[in-house]
Ligand binder design. Structure first.
Ligand code: MN
Length: 737
């Protein structure tokens, strides 16, 4: 452990901190705080800030900001972690040391903050999504990590003029884009305002100076006027027996800048100097509103009741804009003291420490489920969807609209009737065909405005489509639309895959039990039959692969039967010639086993990769243009003088009866044709036999088939033909199961 270097502890800073805690957060354990202070003082030693001041000043200032934010809610653990928040990052102290000295909770907060300082948000989108995930996950786990981080960032911004310009700009941009929106989302308006103004000063110093000058000039001009309005209001409130304070509102340069950036004239921004009335009770807010509207003319459509419907960052107030006799507009906000604290500190004003640092569910519900949603999206969404969620959750302003029953609904700014419909109910969203806004039909992409009354027109036939993803603004609606589209695509895939497989099995005259199919699905690493079907349709698994999985078992059974037939089995020669290819000599030839052509069959040659030309029957589905590019087809014809035999696999179906197998074998032998393998399997009262015969010509084959067909009990005889995997369609040995 480091020894305390002399002179580094700055006892006067410690005394000031303890005094501030004594005064405003008496339940904080001063001895533990003092111990943390000493530890941090030793760890940071003689370290200085870029400003040249001792590092300890930063730590104490962070504590002061937290004290302003949380007041008496500040807890010992939070103060300790704030004092130690940089020791792991900036000194040689290990996280375990912190844990040993100050316990798991302090250590885990310090660790959380340390992890966040490693995240930079100016990187590629994908990395950004990952950084956001980490930050918001830590926030959802323990809000205090974000409190410390915001306080840390605020003090760093207050002292940013000491940094090199490029570094300062990077930090300011990150503050404007990430930390200010986060503070806003959590309702911490006091910190948000200051972060935005400080980053504006770095990012556009000229505009910032210009604004200060103009606001100052305007203020002098407006001061006397506002004083008169204020006086009349105070008079009215007093006459109504209301205890309330009227005051001016703090200027927020960044918001003026932002309004001007979006095209508004400075002179037209009339809420530059608004007034605020703070009352004692909620009821008094409405009574005060009456006084305001009694003394001045309200501007229609400018009244907003955020008390009845708080913003999703907990903000509550009545907003109204009135016109004075001089035809000047003044915006007035009315709120209780409690609401005022919430308006400044947001979630921090409601924060109650829970064992383990978990966030109160009730509080989260007031935040519109932001924290729970963050955790949910954390798990479920891919990066694009996650950023989409964040864009809505963090960056969007809100609009308030009415249902036809005059219920107020809160939506992100830019929302359309689609968003509204999905917010009402998923089923309403899915069946939306149109919308009326304030009684008039509007297109679905119509942007909703404050105070609109929105009515959704639905139809049972309506369905979401891809365009809706462009129209919907809320992450919730977009996620529901995506899910619906995905599901429909999935359903389509499953149906198509099922049809493909059934068609093939039917073509092969195979009847397969559900259980056998499920087993094949498992063997092909599908969770169930549905997934198997979907993957067939998506081309990830071929029908042939499935058939191949199904067949061995059956043929194994067939072969067991075959063993009882001595003399019928024998190996044939491999065909080596027998066809001519127009204009080409010396080509390696083979006969496709999927369709087993015999002389007399119309045939086609398929150029294979590294295996010469494979000869298929022309009706073999493996050669169809949808499975093979046409340039791989070459015309071939049979050589008249062959004298070779070719194996053909025959499938025989019929009713089971004694000695059927022997009768079939006898019929084949009588043609005469050699039998290479023979076998039968019976199930219930039907049989299925597989015979591989060796024939020299199609005529001989037809004779064999006719002879079998004549036998009593036989219902069907056919040549087997199998669909094989696309890319290897022309490979001669692929058809062999
Ligand atoms: Mn720091």
């Amino acid at each position: 452990m480091n020894e305390a270097p002399s002179g580094g502890a700055h006892p006067e800073l410690r005394a000031a901190l303890i005094a501030a805690l004594d005064e405003r957060a008496p339940r904080v354990d001063r001895d533990r705080v003092a111990a943390c202070y000493e530890f941090a003082a030793r760890a940071h030693g003689e370290q200085l800030r870029e400003s040249g001041q001792p590092y300890l000043i930063h730590l104490v200032e962070v504590c002061r900001i937290l004290l302003d934010l949380l007041e008496s809610r500040l807890d010992t653990t939070l103060v300790c972690a704030a004092l130690l928040h940089d020791v792991v990052e900036d000194t040689g102290i290990e996280a375990e040391d912190v844990q040993k000295r100050f316990g798991r909770e302090v250590a885990s907060l310090v660790e959380g903050v340390t992890k966040l300082s490693g995240l930079h948000f100016d990187s590629r989108e994908a990395a950004q999504a990952e950084n956001f995930r980490r930050m918001l996950l830590s926030m959802a786990q323990d809000l205090r990590i974000i409190f410390i981080k915001l306080a840390d960032r605020l003090h760093n911004m207050r002292t940013i003029e000491f940094l090199r310009e490029d570094k300062a700009r990077r930090i300011a941009a990150e503050t404007r884009d990430i930390y200010a929106p986060l503070a806003h989302r959590l309702g911490i308006a006091g910190i948000k305002r200051e972060l935005e103004d400080l980053s504006l000063r770095v990012l556009d110093p000229e505009a910032y100076r210009d604004l200060i000058g103009r606001v100052q000039a305007r203020r002098e001009e407006r001061e006397a006027f506002l004083a008169r309005v204020r006086e009349r209001l105070e008079e009215g409130l007093k006459a109504a027996g209301l205890k309330a304070e009227v005051s001016g509102r703090p200027k927020h340069f960044y918001s003026i800048y932002h309004k001007m950036e979006s095209g508004r004239d400075f002179e037209a921004i009339y809420d530059l100097f608004g007034l605020r009335i703070v009352t004692h009770t909620r009821n008094d807010c409405y009574r005060a509103l009456g006084v305001v509207h009694d003394r001045f003319t309200p501007v229609t459509d400018r009244f907003k009741d955020y008390i009845a419907t708080p913003k999703s960052n907990l903000y509550q107030s009545l907003h109204t804009t009135v016109l004075t006799e001089a035809c000047e507009m003044v915006e007035v906000q009315i709120r209780t003291r409690e609401m005022h604290r919430t308006a400044e500190s947001g979630v921090a004003a409601h924060y109650v420490y829970k064992q383990g640092g978990h966030v109160d569910e009730e509080l989260d519900a007031k935040l519109g489920g932001f924290l729970a949603q963050t955790a949910d999206w954390q798990r479920s969404a891919d990066d694009d969807e996650y950023m989409d969620f964040l864009r809505t959750a963090l960056y969007q302003e809100e609009v308030f609209v009415y249902t036809p029953r005059r219920e107020l609904r809160r939506l992100p700014k830019g929302s359309t009737p689609i968003d509204f419909a999905f917010q009402i109910h998923t089923a309403v969203g899915q069946h939306t065909v149109g919308a009326r806004v304030n009684g008039e039909l509007v297109p679905l992409r119509h942007e909703l405005r404050n105070g609109d009354t929105v009515e959704i027109i639905t139809s049972a036939q309506a369905q979401p489509n891809d365009d809706w993803l462009q129209i919907a603004r809320t992450a919730g609606a977009r996620a529901k639309i995506r899910a619906w589209l995905r599901l429909r695509r999935h359903d389509d895939s499953v149906a198509l895959g099922r049809e493909m497989l059934e068609r093939e099995l039917k073509r092969l005259r195979q009847t397969v039990s559900e259980a056998a199919l499920a087993e094949a699905a498992g063997a092909l690493e599908c969770a169930d039959l549905e997934q198997l079907h979907a993957r067939i349709a998506e081309g990830q698994i071929s029908v042939t692969q499935v058939v191949r999985r199904l067949s061995p078992a059956r043929e194994g059974l067939a072969e067991r039967f075959a063993k009882g037939l001595p003399g019928a089995l024998g190996l044939g020669r491999k065909p080596t010639g027998g066809v001519r290819i127009q204009g080409i000599d010396n080509v390696m030839l083979s006969f496709a086993r999927c369709c087993q052509p015999v002389p007399g069959d119309p045939v086609v040659g398929i150029v294979t990769v590294g295996r010469g030309v494979s000869v298929h029957r022309q009706d073999c589905p493996n050669t169809f243009p949808n499975r093979l590019p046409p340039e791989r087809r070459v015309p071939v014809e049979w050589d008249s003088a062959i004298g070779e035999t070719f194996p053909v696999r025959l499938l025989v179906y019929g009713q089971d009866r004694p000695s059927l197998l022997a009768d079939i074998a006898k019929a084949i032998a009588s043609v005469p044709v050699n039998i290479r393998t023979a076998g039968m399997a019976s199930e219930d009262r039907t049989v299925r036999g597989v015979f591989v015969v060796e024939v020299a010509t199609l005529a001989k084959l037809n004779e064999v088939m006719a002879a079998i067909r004549k036998l009593p009990g036989v219902t069907r005889v056919e040549r087997r033909q199998r669909l094989i995997r696309n890319e290897s369609a022309a490979r001669p040995d692929e058809g062999q199961a």
